[in-house]
Design a binder for this molecule. Sequence first.
Ligand code: APR
Ligand code: PHB
Length: 393
Amino acid sequence: MIISKKTQIAIIGGGPSGLLLSQLLNLSGVDTVILERSSREHVLSRIRAGVLESGTVDMLRQAGVFERMEKQGIPHNGCYLTDSDLMVHINFRELTGKQVLVFGQTEVTADLYAAQDRMGTEIIHGVEDVKINDLGQTRSKIDYTVNATRTSIECMYVAGCDGFHGVSRNTIPATVRQEYERVYPFGWLGVLSQTPPANHELIYANSPHGFALASMRNENLSRYYVQVPMTDKVGDWSDERFWEVLKQRLPTETAQSMITGSSIEKSIAPLRSFASEPLRWGNLFLVGDAAHIVPPTGAKGLNLAVSDVFYLHSALIDAIKTQSRTGIDGYSDRALARIWKSMRFSWQMTTMLHRFDDEDNFAGQMRRATLSHLAHSETARRELAENYVGLPY
Ligand code: APR
Ligand code: PHB
């Protein structure tokens, strides 16, 4: 026996993309249901980057999710790019008039869940075997299994917010999809430690030994990363080895003054750039990681998902409330225009700051020259700053 439901917008995926889209649609009186594969606990256990562009902060405020962000978020007016002991300060505030907010993505996701609970939105966890049908019809159907019961939702539109490994993107025929990918030959080993941050602002460190990043969650919770070969496993890395390698790559004065401690989380993430076009197929719209992946070097993952939501939420509200199709017909091209600019920035930051095993000595000189140019050119620093704080929607 199949149970059937109805909604206006069915959202596949209860991560930041799906939750924020649902919250904004609900606030405009549009009905949604979210289908999430994992438990809420599992979704909230994911450790993710936490640098929010000013546009993301505005969107979360519009969604009514700002109390903790305003109380606990740490405003940052700049960051450092370093080449051994050369430290280049990128002053966002001076160069762009904007700042970013350091506030963990996990906290954003938790606050979005709380807001959706207050809204009374139906979020169905533990769904399996999701199938998206009838995308070319006036109403589409999503079949899924939950608690061993096959269920079906009828809807007007489907938002594919189910991440890189979801079902939405592959529902678009392979003959229609154009995919672009760059897999980097290294990963980031990340450590969370209950220690004060090494620096009051983030340090993106380039060194002859490889890349490192010094970040934070709050004044007593630090987040660090070092570039490692893709073949490394977390078990290969004791805390002692991690701190030794991190200090080798950070500027001497930072390495000598920083406080280390036991890791409370340690993991290795691969780095890739990926994008799939188009973002729409009939009534289906791809959002966030379902459509694109960026290396974390530019801190764009969450922020790019939010800009997709910015374009799609208003398009869907228009389609539902006024039957205007202009927004949904233009969504893919509008979102992709900004996606590719963020893709470029993330790729540039990654290639500028990481050592590639097969590189020749010329590549190292190019990296050093890029950092030196940043040190001496306000124009170069402004170009980097305007990308880092977030290009206009
Ligand atoms: N059915 C239902 N849910 C699914 C399915 C499926 N077939 N496949 C995946 N999901 C869920 C995942 O469990 C996850 O909770 O979709 C959600 C996708 O969330 P994310 O992967 O976080 O993607 P997104 O919401 O777009 O957020 C992008 O998250 O991964 C980071 O770096 C990324 O910061 C960026 C942000
Ligand atoms: C993080 O704090 O996890 C972080 C910050 C900036 C990045 C990537 C990760 O570019």
